[in-house]
Design a binder for this molecule. Structure first.
Ligand code: B12
Length: 209
């Protein structure tokens, strides 16, 4: 079995929605940082992924796990979003073509909005030309892309290439669990990260604090 010790991580592996929700609320009330709570949820979800890979869990469990995380995020959003009201510029974001995972992207969106950026979220399964159009239309200095499926790395590369070939004055940040320097270079992106919070750091670098 797994090596997890945190009660919240274990509850999400067990797909115990009520327990997950109770623990999230309890921890928020106790003043635990929302991103630390996200980390524990993510540890549990990684294990759900491992169980799926080992064929101990099936697609229904994967779907269930995603739904529980969505519910937890509704609770976490107001705390992640902060109270920054100042307008700091446009950022276009989306999950690349072929990939419908959006929970990680949604966390990045919440953090960016919370820091005062105007985020244009194109959703999931977004084709390259839609990213190009949105960056043009909103004159966005930063485009953020998310990917979880290895099989969609090619669509990530295509999206980055399309934006670069359009000659737009935009920096591209790619994110997701398998992003490293090699993948970033392969896709031709300006920045790459596995951490949602880096989205904010890079936005500050590109657009300004
Ligand atoms: C929930 C889930 C689903 C849900 C998604 C629900 C949803 N609304 O997103 C559903 C059931 C739909 C699903 C479907 C599938 N899934 Co799935 N899924 C998962 C699971 C369990 C959790 C993913 C997740 O949300 N994690 C929590 C979030 C918070 O973490 P995260 O996405 O990594 O994001 C963090 C960072 O990566 C980063 N980040 C992410 N994006 C970005 C972007 C930027 C700009 C930045 C800065 C940072 C950043 O910040 C986030 C916070 O720290 C993973 C297991 C795992 N190990 O992750 C498998 C997993 C990703 N799925 C997998 C597979 C194979 C599939 C399916 C193909 C299954 C199938 N046979 O149909 C389909 C594909 C559908 C498709 N076309 O996309 C594999 C992928 C393997 C691979 N490497 O290619 C995994 C790894 C499971 C496994 N071990 O086999 N899945």
């Amino acid at each position: 079995m797994h090596h997890l010790t945190d009660e919240l991580s274990i509850a999400i592996v067990g797909l115990e929605e009520e327990k997950v929700m109770a623990l999230v609320k309890e921890r928020l009330q106790a003043g635990v940082k929302p991103l630390d709570i996200v980390k524990k949820l993510q540890d549990g979800m990684t294990e759900v992924g491992n169980l799926f890979e080992a064929q101990e869990y099936y697609l229904s469990e994967l779907i269930n796990c995603g739904a529980i995380m969505k519910a937890a995020m509704v609770e976490l959003e107001p705390h992640l979003a902060g109270s920054e009201q100042e307008y700091r510029g446009n950022i276009v974001i989306g999950t690349v073509k072929g990939d419908i995972h959006d929970l990680g992207k949604d966390i990045v969106v919440m953090l960016l909005k919370g820091t005062g950026y105007n985020v244009l979220d194109l959703g999931v399964d977004v084709p390259p030309e839609k990213f190009v159009d949105a960056v043009k239309e909103h004159n966005a200095p930063l485009l953020a892309l998310s990917v979880l499926l290895t099989s969609c790395l090619e669509s990530m590369k295509e999206a980055v290439t399309a934006v670069k070939e359009a000659g737009l004055d935009v920096k591209v940040l790619i994110g997701g669990p398998m992003i490293d320097d090699k993948v970033t270079a392969y896709c031709g992106a300006d920045f790459g990260s596995t951490l949602a919070n880096d989205g904010v750091k890079i936005a500050e670098k590109v657009i300004g604090a």
